[in-house]
Design a protein around this ligand. Structure first.
Ligand code: FUC
Length: 761
């Protein structure tokens, strides 16, 4: 008890205000550098665009990412907003500095005291208003003064030929209370428009490209932006990523220029005012975030510690349940902030990049990364976040039809669809960008990438039983992929094996030096994902009453894919040719592609104990050290194996070795998939539902066993589950049907039926 005395009243009241919520907070600003951006800036976002808050005292930097602002396969920093506070140049005189982000509200604040006056900046990005709102206040009348000064980074002259892809120009125009930003990126003819509007009780002066606010007590700055990007098959280009030159690259249309829409949004926000815009934002983000509560028994004292200190303690072996809860909710927060109906999906960096050329172009990588982004969506009660990916996938699918044909032709597989046949056939290789699909499977990743993708769609249906989504997206996506995958296999000794096959990015080191990707026939990744896709498609065909050439083919081939083979070491064989574990490929490769049937797939489950044992062997040999997302995939797999201690170890490794002070996951560099995969991994520790029943607390570690609870995690069959536990056993369980007419599900704990309250709809 005595210890409480150590906490200052100010710190305590700050905590009470956030009771129950999860807050990232720091007692210093992020350094104004790439390192500061990656490690310490705080991300807010509304799917349409993302913003990183640095929180400097003399000069605030708010870095804006607009996900369609690409310079040929490279997402680039859209804008840096500077708020300069000339009167606070002596930043070291600032007291009580705090910078925070509350996950349940999506509001970031920066506050400090200067010359006895309390200054506060509040920031949020509203999805309904498509707006960044900056609210600045001073505790003393007229003490607030700042300049608003945006900068368009990385401008370059327009070029010709190979130089054209970097051409970028930006213009600023300040007039009255408005400041407009126009940009043009040459390569895809991207036109960007952004508008700021300042509403204040002080004076606003226009100076060149700056708005100066003086003698104010409060000021609200609204900012919205957009581009002329259109999500449709034509935007993916005639050559769709075959790198054949500028002529084949899509160009956006001048007539879709976004300025009128942006101006209208800003005018609407100004008209309704700050309170109304904020209310709508809180209802939106709060509504989604508060669907799920997780209580792992966090210590109140941990709420009082800055996030970077908690993280440092965690790395030294003092696990913090509060940090673990926060990290779990952060994955949900990042998805809510980066992927919404109507926006682009969450990319490799979500919707945040400050780079000129971001790592892997901030693309959508289909051999694990983009799927991982959506693993927490369904179990985490955020199904609508997946709509952005579903719409994106629907837009690029038609473009891949000819890649599917080319893939089959190039490899002499036959089965090439004739014109008019197989209207929804599609395929996916690895990289897709907003303006390009980079070919079909091949190289380092086999056609199983498609089954890996359709798994998300099957989960969408399973977790929601949303019939509209089933007809509009789920069925055509699975069916078209089944059409492709059933053609990719050839009959070999009674089995149907992927004629070209590659376990994503597995390499073989050559005796003469160097390395090559391992390519083969029928490796586990492809066979498992072909099996899962085909089985899922057949299940849906039965629901929809469809019988056609594709389902006939599946019926002929399913059961002959041999998705799992146990090898001489007792491992799940990654390659058919392998006898002992690790004979072929890197022993501790980051990808665990031979285990995709364990997670996110379902064929390796409690009903297949021999395969579970083999999966455990392979996972153990693969090791607990890897890149961020690779640890997250391992975490999900260990949860499926029911090993809570191993899960907790991996969660610890992620937090202590692959997590920045702002809790962003590090591949390295920053890649958001690890955040999302970690969130789904924690959920998998607490609830699973892939084996025909709801399995409660399947991988609860000792550290969380004494007492805890969750509310609102989801299960297949369209149920929401609340569960409180003590001494590692459920003490109160409620299952709510999300749709009318659903039957009571089977619920188990430790393989035995478990009592629960059922609430039908
Ligand atoms: C896959 C991974 C890499 C990286 C890249 C973006 O290719 O193998 O590790 O995450 O995607």
């Amino acid at each position: 008890m005595k210890k409480c005395v150590l906490f200052s009243i100010a710190a305590l009241s700050a905590v009470l205000a956030f009771a129950g919520d999860h807050v990232l907070w720091y007692d210093s600003a992020a350094e104004d550098s790439m390192k500061g951006w990656e490690e310490r800036s705080l991300p807010i976002g509304c799917g349409w665009f993302g913003v990183n808050v640095f929180g400097g005292v003399p000069s605030e930097r708010l870095q804006v990412t607009e996900p369609t602002l690409l310079t040929r396969r490279n997402l680039t920093n859209a804008l840096d907003i500077r708020l300069n506070f000339p009167k606070h140049a002596a930043w070291w005189s600032a007291k009580n500095y705090r910078r925070d982000l509350t996950l349940e509200t999506g509001v970031a604040t920066v506050s400090y005291t200067f010359d006895g006056v309390d200054f506060k900046r509040e920031y949020f990005t509203s999805y309904p208003a498509r707006m960044l709102v900056m609210r600045l206040t001073a505790s003393k009348k007229g003490a607030l003064a700042f300049d608003l000064q945006p900068e368009v980074p990385f401008q370059r002259q327009f070029g010709i030929g190979k130089e054209a892809w970097i051409g970028r120009e930006g213009h600023l125009k300040a007039e009255g209370n408005f400041l407009d930003v126009t940009q043009r990126l040459q390569w895809h003819n991207v036109r960007f428009f952004g508008r700021f509007a300042v509403v204040t009780d002080g004076k606003v002066t226009t100076l060149d490209h700056t708005l100066e606010v003086a003698d104010a007590t409060e000021a609200t700055v609204y900012f919205s932006c957009g581009t002329n990007y259109r999500l449709c098959p034509e935007s993916f280009g005639a050559a769709a990523g075959e790198f054949s030159g500028e002529a084949d690259e899509p160009k956006m249309r001048d007539e879709d220029e976004p300025s009128e829409a942006v101006k209208a949004r800003v005018a609407a926000a100004v008209a309704v005012g700050y309170d109304a815009v904020k209310r709508a934002h809180l209802a939106d983000v709060g509504g989604m975030m508060r669907r799920v509560d997780l209580d792992l028994g966090a210590a109140d004292a941990d709420r009082l510690k800055p996030t970077d200190k908690l993280l440092a303690e965690h790395a030294q072996g003092r696990a913090s349940a509060y940090l673990e809860e926060t990290y779990f909710q952060y994955g949900r927060y990042l998805l809510v902030s980066s992927s919404r109906p109507g926006t682009l999906p969450a990319s490799l960096q979500g919707v945040w990049t400050a780079y000129d050329k971001s790592p892997w172009g901030s693309g959508y990588w289909h051999n694990v990364n983009v799927q991982m982004n959506y693993w927490p969506a369904f179990v985490g009660n955020l199904a609508e976040c997946f709509e952005a990916y579903a719409a994106f996938n629907a837009a690029f699918r038609p473009v891949t039809r000819r890649f599917a044909a080319k893939y089959l032709t190039d490899r002499g597989i036959g089965n090439v669809p004739a014109d008019g046949e197989a209207p929804d056939i599609w395929c996916v290789g690895t990289a897709v960008y907003p303006y390009a699909v980079c070919g079909g499977p091949g190289g380092h990743s086999g056609p199983g990438t498609g089954g890996f993708t359709t798994k998300c769609f099957k989960d969408w249906w399973d977790f929601t039983r949303d019939e509209k989504a089933l007809k509009q997206y789920v069925w055509p996506t699975l069916h078209g992929m089944a059409d492709f995958l059933t053609r990719c296999v050839v009959e070999t000794n009674g089995l149907w094996l992927s004629a070209f096959s590659a376990s994503p990015e597995q390499v073989r080191y050559l005796p003469q030096g160097g390395w090559e990707y391992v390519t083969t026939v029928g490796c586990a990744f492809d066979q498992q994902m072909i099996h899962e896709n085909n089985a899922d498609t057949l299940e849906l065909a039965k629901i929809l009453g469809v019988k056609d050439a594709v389902t006939a083919k599946i019926e002929k081939q399913l059961g002959k894919y041999e998705p799992v083979i146990v090898g001489e070491s007792g491992q799940v064989k990654e390659f058919r040719e392998e006898k002992k574990y690790g004979e072929i490929g890197e022993y501790r490769h980051r990808h665990i592609s031979q285990l995709v049937g364990l997670y996110p797939g379902t064929i390796i489950n409690k009903n297949t104990p021999a395969w579970m044992a083999a999966a455990k062997y392979s996972l153990t040999e693969r090791g607990d050290e890897s890149t961020g997302w690779a640890l997250a995939h391992r975490l999900n797999c260990w949860a499926r194996l029911g090993d809570g201690e191993h899960c907790h170890l991996l969660l610890g490794n992620l937090l202590s070795k692959r997590t920045n002070a702002n809790l962003w996951d590090m591949h390295p560099p920053f890649q958001i998939d690890g955040n999302f995969g970690a969130t789904s991994g924690v959920a998998e520790m607490l609830i699973q539902s892939h084996a025909g029943f709801i399995d409660l607390l399947p991988a609860l570690p000792k550290a969380w066993a004494a007492k805890g609870a969750y509310k609102g995690l989801c299960a297949r069959g369209a149920y929401e589950v609340d569960c409180a536990w003590a001494d590692g056993k459920p003490v109160s369980v409620t299952v709510r049907a999300k749709k009318a007419g659903l039957a009571k599900p089977q619920v188990r704990f430790a393989d035995k039926p478990c009592a629960f309250d059922f609430v039908s709809k």
